[in-house]
Design a protein around this ligand. Sequence first.
Ligand code: ZN
Length: 322
Amino acid sequence: MTLKNMAKEITINGKTIQPGENEMIRLNVARLPSGTVISIRVHVFRSKKVGPTVLVMGGVHGDEINGVEIVRKSVNQKIFNNLTSGTVIAIPLLNVYGFINFSRDASDGKDVNRNFPGNMKGSLASRVAATLTKKVLPHIDQVIDFHTGGSARYNYPQIRYTANDEKSAELARQFAAPYLIKKSNIPNTLRKIASGMKIPTIVYEGGESLRFDGFSITRGIAGLKRVLHFNGMLKDAPAAISKPIVFNKTTWVRADKAGIFEWSQESGCKVGIGEPLGAIRDPYGEFEVIIKATREGYIIGHNNAPVVNQGDALFHIGYQVD
Ligand SMILES: [Zn+2]
C-alpha cells in the first residue's frame, strides 16, 4: 500500500498533528442566519507507527443518525486511542445543517452527497463537501462512510463498494457486513470523488433515517474494527456473525396501488420469485393487493411507511448474476 503520510506530521486547517498525538480540530463552514458559527468536528488519532490514514465518517446525510452514532460511539469508547499503527480521522457528523433541521439535505435544500467535490464559494451543501475534499481527503488512504436508508426505508446492514476496484472490494470483504453490494458510483458522491483520487471507499448502510437501530449500530462498529484490524491498526476485532453474501444486482419491488402498506417479509429475509412480501389495502375495506417478489434473492431494504403511493419503492432485493 502506498501511504499518504509516512509517519510525518499531518496539518489540517493550520493545526499540525505529529505521530503519537491525538487532536480535535474544528473546521468552520458558514454561519447560520442567527450568527452562530457552524463547524465540523474532526478527531485525529495517530499512532507513532507508520500505517494507513482512515477516514471514518457519519452524517453526510443529516438525518441518518445510526451513522453518526457509530462514529460517536467509536470515539467515546476510545476505540481509536490506542492504534497499533496509522491514523484514524473520525468525523461523527459532516452535515451539521441537516442534523439540526432533521433533514437529509443542507439548509439550501441540496444533498451534500451529490455536491462533491464541492466549492468553497458555492451554496451550503457545496461548501460542506468542499471543506472535506480540500482539508481532509488529501491526507486519506481509505474511507468508511456510514449511512442509513432514507425516508422510512430500512436497510439491512450492508456495505456498498465500487465495481472494478479491487481495493474497495477488499475493504468490503474485511468489513464483512451481512451483505456486500457491488455498485457503480453515482456522479458527485463522496465515493465517486474519492475513487477518482485513488482512495478506496466503502459505504455502510444500516437501519433507517431518524430512527435508532441497535443491530445496525453494533454491526457497523464491529465491521469498522475488522477493517482497522486487517490494516494492522487494532490489536483485535470481533469475528463476523455470518459469512457475507455478495450481490452485484439489486431491484426494487414497487407499489402497484396506493394505500395502506403492511409488510410480512422484511429486510434480511431470503425470498423466492412470486413469494408474498406484504399487502396494500384501501382504508375502506374494499380491496387488498398482495405484493409479490419479482425475483429470487435477499431483501436488502424495505419500506416502513404505513401509507404509500403508486410506484413507491417497497422492497429492495439483492441478487447475483454472473
Ligand atoms: Zn445517506
